[in-house]
Ligand binder design. Structure first.
Ligand SMILES: CCC[C@H](O)CC(=O)SCCNC(=O)CCNC(=O)[C@H](O)C(C)(C)COP(=O)([O-])OP(=O)([O-])OC[C@H]1O[C@@H](n2cnc3c(N)ncnc32)[C@H](O)[C@@H]1OP(=O)([O-])[O-]
Length: 712
């Protein structure tokens, strides 16, 4: 007998499974049961949407079904095609045998949505594949290919062709054989000589990596229960821990992030262009101009995505340097992949060509310019591209702040010009900010989004303004951090608060890593510091607003961060990575305060957190009100994937909604009153409006903006 299950479990699917199993057990003519998915997919587990109403969630009913499968008196075989994830894999673990298609993937990704495998998975998997392998799968949520699953003993057979036929063959073969040895709940967990030490170390490791996220830690506790308690007791512990996570705000935040990352694919612009009507152009070949840090990563990304690339530098010396660096990156990437070097084929000039000749860009479908952030240089390049490239070619600029319209104005085809803001390292970071200008065509946006997908990145479409979304929101955040130093704090105190909140790295460590000179050059360009600053400008004021010259002063002392061995911190050597608090800087801050008559005060953690985060969030409301992004999810996805925002806090706008908009507003009002010369702390009108209409849920915010976005 065959029972089909569906892609993700609803109550109806669970009921059908239960009915089918009971019928099969009762029918003497049925000798074995096979469970498979529909349309070549086994199951992606429980419906994640349902977890927001936990009491009635169908996932809760899954565990008894898994037990029912296991206790069947007839052999049950899972035929795994496509994916068996979460509850899907737990159902397969309840089966007595598992056959997987060679291309199938399996995993227990519950941890990534703030949960643990709550349908007995934390108790069965360690019994099948041992504690180390089970813990690795459960705490990382990674998907493993069928070949690896076979090696681990997670599946019994791999089918190259027809999985269902292979599963039926196996079912027929095992009819009549004893089932007890196949029931995982009856098996002991394989012992390790040093189980206690192993679990203790595993806990320390996951806690360190989790940065405050609870689920990985509770996953370890559930697996520990499997290793220490009888099956039934272990199950009780699993249920207890599952319910704890289910009711936590973290699970809600992580599930929000899961759907937000999918929602941003449905992009729209205030002018009415949208994903539903725009057609992407095929990208069969690409070129990258500039082989600095960003260009190298972008070339690597394109090669990995199997897109033939022409990599261009301005002269032979830079080309040689760039080529060497790209080859090194590609070799490293190839080592991480099975059959990597062969698959990437990067020594083949048809796949990757290095040149100084612009003429070779004539036929490519897409060009990504990744030279310095210098408007004149970028315009010169785009003018050239506009003359050389074929008419349909998409012209992308990798910039983190510059005006797309101005760059496009250097071409005769502004509709084909678009910003693609990659994040460093570009072959690793998942975010791609895609910036449309006033003339960018819907098809150009769709093509850039398709490129993001091909590069395995998350593309987020945003409007054109200084710093776009990510850096624009970052500016008031970093500004507050520096103001806090002026007022009495220290870099390590500010960083610690934000790292405890869950950021991968605090603002000062980040600035040391990126290089303080980058911002310094930009401020010099804007006339905020350096020789073009008009004589008599007050040291701590620009355009009537508060300004801190501290970062400029550090640069004047040659303190650029890690690259010079000192910045906000001291490093063991130039290029060193271990930051230690620097007494020189502490003295420098004290002298600075004396010079400017600032009386240092003790600043508590709450103020540090609120001033940095609420200033960032406040800018987010401005961005939404201006139509630069089409929803709060866009901002959140950008922050989670590009700026190290802790995913278990759902992104800055989601976080604001959990703190409560009235509280965010009240706090901004309070800080703004104390610092009237800091516009970043002045509550944005859109935030005020949302509070005035009763702080609606985040999903409804955009219906209150004055401009109307087209229906998504
Ligand atoms: C008691 C507890 C029992 C158990 O332990 C709990 C669980 O099982 S927890 C569950 C553990 N399982 C997981 O965490 C698996 C989560 N899912 C995934 O990892 C990927 O979706 C998958 C690999 C399956 C397909 O990737 P892909 O091919 O790139 O495709 P895609 O990603 O674009 O998805 C297509 C559409 O399907 C939607 N959707 C997908 N899955 C679910 C779901 N479970 N639910 C709801 N919706 C889901 C997705 O939103 C999207 O919708 P839309 O409207 O088109 O935007």
């Amino acid at each position: 007998m065959v029972i089909e299950s569906l892609f993700y479990f609803s109550l109806a699917v669970l009921q059908a499974l239960e009915d089918g199993l009971k019928k099969a057990d009762a029918d003497p003519s049925v000798k074995a049961v096979m469970i498979c998915g529909e349309n070549g997919k086994f199951s992606a587990g429980a419906d994640i949407r349902g977890f927001s109403a936990p009491q009635s969630h169908p996932g809760i009913g899954l565990a008894p079904i898994v037990s029912l499968i296991e206790s069947s008196e007839k052999p049950v075989v899972a035929a795994i095609e496509g994916v068996a994830l979460g509850g899907g894999l737990e159902v397969a673990l309840g089966c007595h045998y598992r056959v997987a298609h060679v291309k199938a993937r399996m995993g227990l990704p519950e941890v990534t949505i703030g949960l643990l495998p709550g349908a007995e998975g934390t108790q069965r998997l360690p019994r099948l594949i041992g504690v180390p392998a089970a813990l690795d799968m459960i705490t990382t949520g990674k998907h493993i290919p069928a070949t690896e699953a076979l090696k681990l003993g997670l599946v019994d057979e791999i089918a190259e062709e027809n999985t269902i036929e292979a599963a039926i063959r196996l079912a027929n073969k095992v009819i009549g054989q004893p089932l007890a040895p196949r029931r995982l709940s009856l098996k002991p967990v394989p012992t390790l000589p040093n189980m206690e030490a192993f679990l203790r170390e595993a806990l320390v490791k996951v806690k360190k990596q989790a940065r405050g996220c609870l689920a990985p830690e509770l996953c370890v506790q559930a697996v520990r229960a499997a290793s220490e308690r009888p099956f039934a007791e272990g199950l009780r512990r699993e249920r207890e821990l599952f319910r704890l996570l289910l009711s936590s705000g973290q699970a809600r935040a992580l599930q929000y992030a899961f759907f937000a990352e999918r929602a941003v694919r449905r992009w729209a612009t205030p002018a009415g262009a949208s994903w539903s009507s725009a057609n992407a152009q095929p990208v069969r070949s690409a070129a990258v101009i500039g082989l600095g840090t960003m260009g190298r990563g972008i070339v690597t990304s394109l090669v990995k995505a199997n897109i033939p690339v022409v990599a261009l530098e301005q002269d032979l010396e830079n080309l040689k340097k760039g080529r060497k660096a790209v080859m090194l990156l590609l070799e490293r990437e190839a080592m991480k992949m099975e059959g990597g070097a062969q698959r990437l084929d990067f020594h083949n000039p048809a796949r990757l060509q290095f040149t100084v000749d612009f003429d070779l860009l004539r036929d490519v479908d897409l060009v990504i310019e990744a030279v310095f952030e210098n408007m004149a240089l970028k315009k010169e390049i785009f003018h050239k591209l506009s003359k050389i490239c074929k008419p349909g070619a998409l012209l992308c600029t990798n910039t983190s702040a510059l005006n797309i319209n101005e760059i496009a104005s250097a071409t005769s085809r502004p509709q084909q010009v678009i910003g693609t803001h990659f994040f460093s390292p570009a072959h690793v970071m998942r975010l791609l900010e895609i910036i449309y200008g006033s003339h960018t065509s819907p098809s150009a946006i769709a093509t850039a989004m398709q490129l993001a997908k091909a590069l395995n990145k998350i593309g987020v479409v945003v409007g054109n303004c200084f710093g776009f979304v990510g850096n624009r929101m970052m500016f008031p955040y970093v500004q507050q951090a520096v103001f806090l130093l002026e007022e009495g704090s220290r870099p390590e105190a500010v960083d610690e608060v934000l790292e405890d909140f869950g950021f991968k790295i605090g603002p000062f460590r980040m600035s040391d890593l990126a290089g303080l000179d980058v911002g310094w050059r930009s401020r010099q360009g804007q006339g905020l510091t350096g020789p073009s600053l008009p004589a008599g400008t007050p040291a701590r004021q620009r355009h009537g607003q508060r300004y801190s010259p501290l970062p400029d002063l550090l640069c004047e002392h040659g303190r650029f961060g890690q690259k010079t061995g000192h910045g906000w911190y001291l490093y063991e050597k130039a290029g060193g990575r271990t930051a230690t608090p620097d007494p020189w800087l502490h003295n420098f801050l004290a002298r600075y305060r004396d010079t400017h008559g600032i009386k240092a005060r003790a600043i508590d953690q709450e103020e540090i957190l609120e001033r940095c985060l609420f200033a960032l969030i406040n800018e987010g409301f401005a961005i939404l009100a201006e139509g630069i992004a089409s929803g709060p999810e866009h901002l959140d996805v950008i922050y989670i994937n590009g700026y190290g925002w802790p995913r278990h806090r759902g992104g800055p706008m989601f976080y604001a909604s959990t703190v409560g908009l009235p509280r965010v507003l009240a706090k901004l009002e309070q800080y703004s009153e104390v610092h009237p010369d800091v516009p970043g702390l002045r509550p944005n009108a859109f935030l005020r409006k949302l509070v005035a209409v009763g702080s609606p849920p985040l999903q409804e915010w955009m219906s209150y903006v004055s401009w109307q976005s087209p229906k998504l």
